[in-house]
Design a protein around this ligand. Structure first.
Ligand code: SF4
Length: 88
Protein backbone atom coordinates (compact mmCIF):
# COMPACT_ATOMS: atom_id res chain seq x y z
CA UNK A 1 0.00 0.00 0.00
CA UNK A 2 1.30 3.42 -0.83
CA UNK A 3 1.08 6.55 1.29
CA UNK A 4 -1.95 7.99 -0.50
CA UNK A 5 -3.90 4.77 -0.11
CA UNK A 6 -3.02 4.68 3.57
CA UNK A 7 -4.02 8.34 3.95
CA UNK A 8 -7.42 7.49 2.40
CA UNK A 9 -7.91 4.58 4.80
CA UNK A 10 -7.09 6.80 7.74
CA UNK A 11 -9.50 9.48 6.50
CA UNK A 12 -12.23 6.85 6.11
CA UNK A 13 -11.47 5.60 9.61
CA UNK A 14 -12.35 9.08 10.88
CA UNK A 15 -15.72 9.22 9.15
CA UNK A 16 -18.57 9.40 11.59
CA UNK A 17 -16.21 9.53 14.55
CA UNK A 18 -15.32 12.25 17.01
CA UNK A 19 -11.73 12.43 15.76
CA UNK A 20 -9.91 13.58 12.62
CA UNK A 21 -6.50 13.42 11.04
CA UNK A 22 -4.07 15.88 12.58
CA UNK A 23 -4.72 19.24 10.87
CA UNK A 24 -1.01 20.13 10.98
CA UNK A 25 -0.17 19.16 7.38
CA UNK A 26 3.59 18.90 7.82
CA UNK A 27 3.26 16.86 11.00
CA UNK A 28 0.70 14.58 9.35
CA UNK A 29 3.10 13.90 6.47
CA UNK A 30 5.83 12.96 8.94
CA UNK A 31 3.61 10.44 10.74
CA UNK A 32 2.32 8.93 7.50
CA UNK A 33 5.92 8.68 6.27
CA UNK A 34 6.79 6.96 9.55
CA UNK A 35 4.14 4.31 9.00
CA UNK A 36 5.34 3.82 5.42
CA UNK A 37 8.87 3.41 6.73
CA UNK A 38 7.70 0.68 9.10
CA UNK A 39 5.93 -1.00 6.22
CA UNK A 40 9.12 -0.91 4.14
CA UNK A 41 11.11 -2.39 7.03
CA UNK A 42 8.68 -5.02 8.29
CA UNK A 43 6.01 -5.49 5.62
CA UNK A 44 3.36 -4.24 8.05
CA UNK A 45 2.10 -0.78 8.86
CA UNK A 46 3.16 -0.50 12.46
CA UNK A 47 2.91 2.56 14.66
CA UNK A 48 5.85 4.85 13.91
CA UNK A 49 6.34 5.96 17.51
CA UNK A 50 6.35 2.69 19.39
CA UNK A 51 8.82 -0.17 19.35
CA UNK A 52 7.84 -3.54 17.97
CA UNK A 53 9.20 -6.76 19.44
CA UNK A 54 9.29 -8.79 16.22
CA UNK A 55 6.68 -11.17 17.67
CA UNK A 56 3.51 -10.65 15.64
CA UNK A 57 1.25 -11.81 18.47
CA UNK A 58 2.70 -9.15 20.75
CA UNK A 59 2.92 -6.47 18.07
CA UNK A 60 -0.58 -6.84 16.65
CA UNK A 61 -1.81 -4.00 18.87
CA UNK A 62 0.72 -1.73 17.20
CA UNK A 63 -0.77 -2.01 13.71
CA UNK A 64 -1.97 1.39 12.55
CA UNK A 65 -4.66 2.53 13.08
CA UNK A 66 -4.59 1.02 16.55
CA UNK A 67 -7.26 1.09 19.26
CA UNK A 68 -6.04 4.46 20.48
CA UNK A 69 -9.16 5.21 22.51
CA UNK A 70 -7.75 2.92 25.20
CA UNK A 71 -4.54 4.94 25.44
CA UNK A 72 -3.89 7.30 28.31
CA UNK A 73 -2.87 10.05 25.88
CA UNK A 74 -6.27 9.88 24.21
CA UNK A 75 -7.99 10.21 27.57
CA UNK A 76 -5.86 13.11 28.73
CA UNK A 77 -4.97 14.94 25.50
CA UNK A 78 -7.46 13.71 22.92
CA UNK A 79 -4.73 12.44 20.61
CA UNK A 80 -3.45 9.01 19.66
CA UNK A 81 0.06 8.22 20.84
CA UNK A 82 1.64 9.64 17.66
CA UNK A 83 -0.96 12.43 17.26
CA UNK A 84 -1.97 11.06 13.87
CA UNK A 85 -5.57 11.19 15.07
CA UNK A 86 -6.87 14.05 17.19
CA UNK A 87 -10.20 14.67 18.85
CA UNK A 88 -12.44 17.08 16.95
S1 SF4 B 1 -0.88 5.63 18.02
FE1 SF4 B 1 -1.68 6.65 16.20
S2 SF4 B 1 -0.08 6.44 14.66
FE2 SF4 B 1 0.35 4.96 16.28
S3 SF4 B 1 -0.67 3.09 15.60
FE3 SF4 B 1 -2.11 4.16 16.89
S4 SF4 B 1 -3.34 5.34 15.45
FE4 SF4 B 1 -1.48 4.76 14.39
Amino acid sequence: MNKEEFRRICAQYCEGGDFALNPDAAFLEDVLDGVMQKQAETGLRYCPCRLTTGDFEKDIDLLCPCFFRAQEKWKTKGECWCSLFVKK
